[in-house]
Structures are given as structure tokens and as C-alpha cells.
Design a protein around this ligand. Structure first.
Ligand code: OGA
Ligand code: MN
Length: 296
């Protein structure tokens, strides 16, 4: 199948068409979409009539093993009975909008900080695939930032000074910066993970800043000094020239590369309007799991 990629931002993001991802099983088309991810880092697919099962199955065909140790799973069991399917919504198990003081709402509000998915795990997240089921009548957008273009734009001396630095990422840290409290037991389960500050993407060879609001400190540096550098890098990487804003339509599927981008939710009147999306994230591991339905 010949796909078209229409670039939506100077550095990254393409809208792909026409394709029904439920039907995509052949190795050539999957490879074409992966090459699109290497180039654009974020791909937008419109009109994907996914059920939960379709979304889970496509994610595995496309990129292998799924991330299940989500931060949210430490707080509560998934209302879908599957920890690989993240509930990116503002509703409870009855479908009612969460009240303003609900702990689940407080936790979810941290998605408004610039972040990468599952960087607080090892292996971290690779591709996230977010599908829109219910979209409010007011703007409730998601912004993405290209951390490859941001890296490229750094002065040579800065690039050299970042070489070899390692960063601790913790989801407890990003929530705590907003004043969210964890129990001792929750904190124990959310210890975090250490990753390089600059990552080289294996297929394109491009380098990207791997920073996020989960980034709590630079390993072996004094904590305040590390936090200052991390803040400056996030500020740099999210300058308007590196940012794309996605306005959701029902049935959009957006796939992003967490190694090459950051993202954040934008505020809206979430105690009034329902917004329901579902996310599946794959693990950044070398060997993808066996790909269902694709001849070897
Ligand atoms: C996510 C996320 C942002 C949003 O699904 O990982 O951060 O706008 N979503 O809902
Ligand atoms: Mn996210």
C-alpha cells in the first residue's frame, strides 16, 4: 500500500493517509510506517475505528512488547482489566466526570507537564499510540516537542558538555513537584530509572535530548545544579519553533516516539466536559516480540 506523509511542522509530525490500521498486517506497510516514525517522530492517522482489542493488536504488530508497569497501575487497577491500555480520560468506572478533588484527577493533571511516557522504567517506553474516543466541544489539545531538532540547535560546546551524562527519571518526582502525595508503599514501587541525557536513535543515527518533568536529577551531580540544567534543557526543547499542537478529532490515532519527543496535555474545563482517550505504549527493547500475522 502506498502511504502519503504530509508534514505538519517544520521539523517533525506528519499526517498519514489513507489507511485503516486494523487491516495493516503486511511487513512492507508496517516497515513504511516505521520509516515514517524515524523521519517525522509523530504520525497522525485520522478516522481509525479502533476497539480496545484492535488498538492493542495493532500496537503489538507494529512494535512488539507492551509497557504495563504504568504509574497509574500503582494507584489503582485499570478499569479495562488490562494494564497495557492506559486510561487517558477524566471519567470514573461509571463514565462520570471526575470531581475536582478526585485523586485520579490530581494524578492525571500531571500530564500537563512536558514529559515522555514511561521514562521512569527500564526498559523505557518507545512508541505511544493514543486514540481519541470522546473529544470535548472545547479545545483540549496535546502539544509535542521535537527533542532531536532541539538537540541539533544546541551550540557545539553545549553538546560536548552533555556527553555521557545520565539522568534519574521518576514519576513520583514529577507528581511531587505539583504537591501530589504518595504513600510509602506507592513510592517504593515507583523508584524510577536511569537513562542517558542524550540518546542516539538506532535507525536514523540522530541524537535527541532525553529530558522530561520526570527527570529528577543528573547522576553524580549536586542535585540543584542538575535540576537547573534539566530545566534549561526542557525550556530550550519546548521553544515554539520545536512544538506542534494537535487538535483532536474523534477516532484520531497519534503515534509518537518517546525517544525523540516530549508531549503535554493542554488545560481545558475538565470538571465539565468528558474527554476519553486510550493509550498503548511499547517497550524500547532491541528485539521486538514475534509479530502476529506477519510472515518471517
Ligand atoms: C498520554 C498523554 C496527553 C493528553 O497519553 O501519554 O500524556 O493530552 N496525553 O491527554
Ligand atoms: Mn504522556
Amino acid at each position: 500500500m502506498a502511504l502519503t506523509f504530509r508534514r505538519l511542522q517544520l521539523h517533525f509530525v506528519a499526517e498519514v493517509g489513507p489507511v485503516d490500521l486494523r487491516e495493516v498486517r503486511d511487513a512492507a506497510t508496517l516497515a513504511e510506517i516505521r520509516a515514517g516514525m524515524d523521519e517525522h517522530a509523530v504520525l497522525v492517522f485520522r478516522d481509525q475505528a479502533f476497539t480496545d482489542e484492535d488498538q492493542l493488536a495493532f500496537a503489538q504488530r507494529f512494535d512488539g512488547q507492551l509497557h504495563t508497569k504504568t504509574g497509574a497501575s500503582v494507584l489503582r487497577r485499570s478499569r479495562f482489566g488490562n494494564e497495557a491500555l492506559s486510561d487517558i480520560s477524566n471519567v470514573d468506572e461509571n463514565g462520570d466526570v471526575l470531581s475536582s478533588d478526585d485523586r485520579r484527577r490530581m494524578y492525571g493533571l500531571a500530564n500537563r507537564l512536558w514529559h515522555t511516557d514511561a521514562s521512569f522504567q527500564d526498559p523505557p517506553g518507545r512508541y505511544s499510540m493514543l486514540h481519541a474516543r470522546v473529544v470535548p466541544p472545547v479545545p483540549a489539545d496535546t502539544e509535542f516537542a521535537d527533542t532531536r531538532a532541539a538537540y541539533d540547535a544546541l551550540p557545539a560546546e553545549t553538546k560536548a558538555s552533555l556527553d555521557g551524562l545520565r539522568v534519574h527519571h521518576s514519576i513520583a518526582y514529577s507528581r511531587q513537584t505539583l504537591g501530589f502525595d504518595f504513600s510509602k508503599e506507592e513510592e517504593e514501587r515507583l523508584k524510577g530509572a536511569i537513562h542517558p541525557l542524550v540518546r542516539t536513535l538506532p535507525r536514523s543515527g540522530r541524537r535527541a535530548l532525553y529530558v522530561a518533568s520526570h527527570a529528577s536529577r543528573i547522576v553524580d551531580w549536586p542535585v540543584p545544579e542538575g535540576r537547573l540544567l534539566l530545566r534549561e534543557l526542557i525550556e530550550h526543547a519546548t521553544r515554539p519553533e520545536f512544538v506542534y499542537r494537535h487538535a483532536w478529532r474523534v477516532a484520531d490515532l497519534v503515534i509518537w516516539d518517546n525517544r525523540a519527543t516530549m508531549h503535554r496535555a493542554r488545560p481545558f474545563d475538565d470538571t465539565r466536559h468528558r474527554r476519553e482517550l486510550r493509550r498503548v505504549t511499547t517497550l524500547d527493547i532491541e528485539a521486538a516480540a514475534p509479530v502476529v500475522g506477519v510472515p518471517a
